[in-house]
Design a protein around this ligand. Structure first.
Ligand code: NAD
Length: 316
């Protein structure tokens, strides 16, 4: 008999429930367990999802549960956390979310959890570091959503500009899911043609690419200013990552991965394209970055490392 696929979601707020809802429509799971510090919220959300099951893609066992449910889960997803207020950066959430992620991760591990741990709460690269340190899981089994959403935004905006399907746009946002991210444009392709050549052929300016990057970087702020938080994009990004793991896809996704010296840094998480399998992160696809891009990645790592050393390590 095929083994059941079980996902436990911790944090049934906007992000968590957008992910859960997308699993009903496009997920490959059998069991979905919802946990929240606000137990009644988790119960209400489970009921609401259950009532949509007759019209969902497949039968899923959905319930509000507790941390014991993590014992035999394939994947635990942490979306518990504070949200950015207008004017706040993701890094402003560090202290509050470190305490939450520390608490949630130790509860997950007490169950005997041995699956893949995914972190989406912000600042996500730092929170993934916290989850890995507190869990003691191999770094390859702890994944942050990193620049998965930023990369989706980039592909969407390039697709709009060029009128070419997002499926044919191979371009990554690397670095922190935040203000020190960047695009290695030399490594962006439309099909198998370099994006920079396509831009030249169409008489588009390099400035239009910079504008797209700025729009991607500021997208979160623009949405927060208008509707207080962002959740559908990250919900679908989480769905993509979870399915890639459960289906052992061996696919490249830009996620926050533990750095083992690939670009000269060790011992922190940052956004890179990496190969995702049933076991988590199989390997980081190491790009031959230009000196300028390498400098940007290193700046991003230095920013994160400073916060880890000064603010996070004393708390965990
Ligand atoms: P939200 O306030 O709607 O939901 C947070 C949920 O977490 C609430 O239901 C709350 O009760 C729960 N929670 C808080 N502390 C908890 C604990 N100790 N244990 C269990 N549950 C707890 O917030 P949201 O909009 O869903 O955002 C959640 C997180 O996701 C935030 O950190 C936000 O910044 C982040 N986020 C990440 C991305 C990304 O690209 N990675 C995008 C958007 C938002």
């Amino acid at each position: 008999m095929k083994q059941k696929r079980k996902v436990v979601l911790i944090g049934t707020g906007f992000v968590g429930m957008s992910f859960a809802y997308s699993m009903l429509m496009a997920g490959d799971i059998d069991d979905l367990v919802l946990i929240d510090i606000n137990k009644e919220k988790a119960v209400g959300e489970a009921m609401d999802l259950q009532h949509g099951l007759p019209y969902a893609r497949r039968k899923i066992d959905i319930k509000a549960g507790n941390y014991d449910d993590c014992e035999d889960a394939d994947i635990a997803v942490i979306t518990a956390g504070a949200t950015q207020k207008p004017g706040e950066t993701r890094l402003d959430l560090t202290v509050t979310d470190t305490k939450i992620v520390k608490n949630v991760t130790s509860n997950i591990m007490k169950s005997g959890f041995h699956g893949v741990l995914i972190v989406a709460c912000n600042p996500v690269d730092i929170m993934t570091y916290v989850a890995q340190k507190v869990s003691g899981l191999p770094p390859t089994k702890v994944i942050g959503t990193g620049t998965l959403l930023d990369t989706a935004r980039l592909r969407f905006m390039l697709s709009e500009m060029l009128n070419i399907s997002t499926n044919n746009i191979h371009a990554y946002i690397m670095g922190e899911h935040g203000d020190t991210s960047f695009v290695p444009w030399d490594h962006a392709f439309i099909g198998s043609k370099k994006l920079l050549e396509v831009i030249e052929k169409r008489n588009l300016s390099l400035e239009s690419l910079n504008k797209i990057y700025e729009d991607v970087k500021n997208a979160g702020y623009e949405i927060v200013n208008r509707k207080k938080s962002t959740y559908y994009g990250i919900g679908l990004s989480l769905n993509r990552l979870v399915n890639a793991i459960l289906n052992d896809e061996h696919t490249l996704l830009t996620i926050s991965a533990y750095q083992n010296g690939e670009y000269g840094f060790h011992g922190l998480y940052n956004g890179v394209p990496a190969l995702i399998t049933r076991e988590g992160i199989q390997e980081i696809l190491e790009l031959d970055l230009s000196d300028e891009d390498l400098h940007k990645f290193q700046k991003s790592c230095t920013t994160l490392k400073e916060i880890i050393d000064t603010t996070v390590n004393p708390l965990i």
